[in-house]
Design a protein around this ligand. Structure first.
Ligand code: 5AD
Ligand code: FES
Length: 331
């Protein structure tokens, strides 16, 4: 299978007769370029407070039904420490865009966690170049910021008062500063076309992404998109598989949203190009409040249960749990 052109990608996305072949090929490329190791990233969802109004997201500030929480810096560090003690080599700090965490507060959290000799990823949204630089100087290694969609018109519809150019500027700033940069998109947004998904994939290549997370859109009942149709698991898996085939050695997570739509969705993703899983290491009490979309998995489990559960599943398909940092650049 060769993907020379956008037309090619569109044809493959439209042709469901080739799905099994596509997934098998993506699995072969994954094995050849990044091997059988699965990298686990311990995810701390530290605040569900968000100043943005993304139409699809349950954390949007206009959702008054959601009970909000914020975890204090010392507790964030302690969740990270517990995760490191369980063997995690990467910690991901994720939140809504919550200005309570000033640059100073974030930098302190970062430098405390870095004392544990762990790779640190941030996923806290759009910031200025100076803020990103401060995080980098404090020791953060990686940053996740999905473009969500490269269709500018759709981007505008989905993100009131946000700006596509600024999102691109953020991704460029992060690259310039030497972060490993993760991006990605939603699959199945209302009015999203197959052509725009092909453009998304080509965009990932163009920006030389180090990581790409892809997940189906899942309508949240307390958002303006509550009556929209949910994204297709198979289509999201295809976008992910083609991304693996095109970008070859990058890190690709088997996303939680995949498993929300299909039992064992993360394992299916790991067998169709993915090589990363991000188990939740946040205390159980917060989990159901981090409701980006409904029916999220793992909301009643605790960090140990998730680690045991996913480790057993990974081993059951003949894959190994990585003992390295799982960086795109130095392995
Ligand atoms: N369904 C699926 N994924 C969603 N995200 C936000 N809202 C939804 C939803 N309703 C994804 C976005 C964001 C990531 C943290 O969660 O892509 O970047
Ligand atoms: Fe959380 Fe399986 S990974 S219960």
């Amino acid at each position: 299978m060769e993907f020379v052109s956008k037309h090619n990608i569109i044809d493959i996305l439209n042709d469901n007769g080739i799905n099994e072949r596509l997934f098998r090929y993506a699995d072969e490329i994954r094995k050849k370029y990044v091997g059988d190791d699965v990298h686990l990233r311990g995810l701390v969802e530290f605040s569900n407070i968000c100043k943005r109004t993304c139409k699809y997201c349950g954390l949007r500030c206009e959702n008054k039904k959601l009970e909000r929480y914020r975890i204090e810096p010392a507790d964030i560090v302690s969740y990270a420490k517990n995760a490191v003690e369980k063997g995690y080599k990467t910690i991901v700090l994720q939140s809504g865009e919550d200005d309570y965490y000033s640059v100073d507060k974030m930098c302190k959290i970062i430098s405390e966690i870095k004392k544990y000799n762990v790779a640190l990823t941030l996923s806290i949204g759009e910031k200025s170049y100076e803020e990103y630089k401060a995080y980098k100087d404090a020791g953060a290694d990686r940053y996740l910021l999905r473009i969500e969609t490269t269709d500018k018109n759709l981007y505008g519809q989905m993100h009131p008062k946000m700006n596509f150019e600024n999102r691109i500027r953020c991704l460029e700033s992060l690259k310039t500063l030497g972060f490993e940069v993760g991006s990605g998109c939603l699959v199945g947004l209302p009015n999203q076309t197959i052509e725009s998904l092909a453009n998304d994939i080509l965009f990932f290549k163009e920006i030389k992404a180090d990581m790409i997370g892809i997940g189906p859109f899942i309508p949240h009942p307390d958002t303006p998109l509550k009556d929209a149709e949910k994204g297709s698991f198979d289509l999201a898996l295809k976008v992910m598989a083609i991304t693996r085939i095109l970008l070859k050695d990058i890190n690709i997570p088997a996303t939680t949203a995949m498993e929300t739509l299909k039992p064992n969705g993360r394992i299916i993703a790991l067998q169709s190009g993915a090589n990363v899983v991000m188990p939740n290491v946040t205390a159980t009490e917060y989990r159901k409040k981090y409701e980006i979309y409904p029916d999220k998995i793992c909301i009643n489990e605790n960090p140990d249960q998730c680690l045991n559960c996913i480790s057993a599943k990974i081993k059951s398909i003949g894959r190994t749990i990585s003992s390295g940092y799982g960086s795109h650049k130095i392995g």
